[in-house]
Design a protein around this ligand. Structure first.
Ligand code: C2E
Ligand code: MG
Ligand code: MG
Ligand code: MG
Length: 282
């Protein structure tokens, strides 16, 4: 009896899993056409300096306006695009779009206070030898100076199979493009690894920022010491440290006290359609 029931449950489970797989395949299969038909768009989230609360950078975050499913966040499709390989094309499109936007902001802002633009790269893009050439071409075509572009790479994406940093990083950094490690602290990192990379910045994962005093919570003293150590580490390496997921004034105050350079989060502004002269800030 138990055996039969177990079997039945397994069959239901298999069917559900199967249906999910089919839905994933269909979604993945419709991506190339979605890209051709302009269903993807980019929102920008401000990255601000704590003291002045001024946006010095804008992170480009891709979305998909799906004709049946509505607006999908990257969590729904970036993984699929990585698996299918479409991420190379989609990523190139996001990069072009973001660079064009940054140039438009530069033209629109009279005071020259235009934000950098920061673009996420998938592991697959970093491992592609053609990446530096593509970036160079996009910068030339859009007219964006290389030092106005930042690329965000995760810890795991920047190493080759032997644990050595990828050569494309040096090519990009020698072009003058800024490189930043995204979601820092959640992957595999150590000091010698960090020192060996030609990067300019670290983005502390929002899981660390949470403990500094998320909505309704006090600052956790242990978490505070951990973030203090991470900020110190970044500064010791001469890197710009950005905190992700800043949602409350308490978190912002703690981060500023700790000497964290920049912050990003709903407190300063959610990802939104681009404003006329920069990302939209609250
Ligand atoms: P990420 O690079 O760590 O981007 C930050 C994510 O945190 C964004 O989610 C943003 O909406 C969210 N966020 C920002 N502020 C807050 C906050 O105060 N609280 C909380 N709880 N969340 C906040 P989103 O837009 O869903 O993007 C998720 C991830 O998808 C990104 O994480 C990035 O890894 C990836 N992604 C987005 N666009 C691209 C892209 O063009 N290419 C690639 N390869 N990956 C992308
Ligand atoms: Mg990012
Ligand atoms: Mg991040
Ligand atoms: Mg993150």
């Amino acid at each position: 009896w138990a055996k039969a029931q177990g079997k039945g449950r397994l069959a239901v489970f298999d069917e559900e899993r199967n249906a999910r797989q089919v839905a994933r395949y269909r979604l993945a299969g419709s991506m190339p056409e979605a890209l051709r038909h302009g269903q993807f768009f980019v929102h920008y989230q401000p990255i601000v300096e704590f003291s002045e609360r001024r946006a010095v950078c804008a992170e480009a975050l891709v979305r998909w306006r799906h004709p049946e499913l509505g607006v999908l966040g990257p969590g729904h499709f970036i993984g699929l695009a990585e698996d299918s390989g479409l991420i190379v094309e989609l990523g190139r499109w996001v990069l072009e779009e973001a660079c064009r936007q940054a140039v438009a902001w530069a033209h629109a802002a009279p005071d020259g206070h235009t934000p950098l633009v920061s673009v996420n790269l998938a592991a697959r893009q970093c491992q592609d030898d053609r990446l530096p050439g593509q970036v160079e071409r996009i910068l030339a075509e859009t007219g964006l100076p290389p030092d106005r572009l930042q690329l965000e790479l995760t810890e795991s994406a920047v190493m080759d199979d032997h644990g050595k940093p990828l050569r494309v990083l040096w090519e990009l950094s020698s072009m003058g493009v800024r490189l930043s490690i995204d979601d820092f602290g959640t992957g595999y990192s150590n000091l010698s690894y960090l020192r060996s990379l030609p990067v300019n910045g670290l983005k502390l994962d929002r899981s660390f920022v949470h403990g500094l005093g998320a909505a309704g919570l006090a600052t956790d003293p242990v978490e505070l010491r951990i973030v203090a150590a991470l900020v110190q580490l970044g500064r010791a390496l001469g890197l710009t440290v950005t905190a992700e997921g800043v949602e409350t004034e308490l978190q912002a105050r703690r981060l500023e006290e700790l000497g964290c350079d920049l912050g990003q989060g709903y407190l300063f502004g959610p990802p939104s359609a681009p404003g006329p002269t920069g990302p939209v800030q609250l």
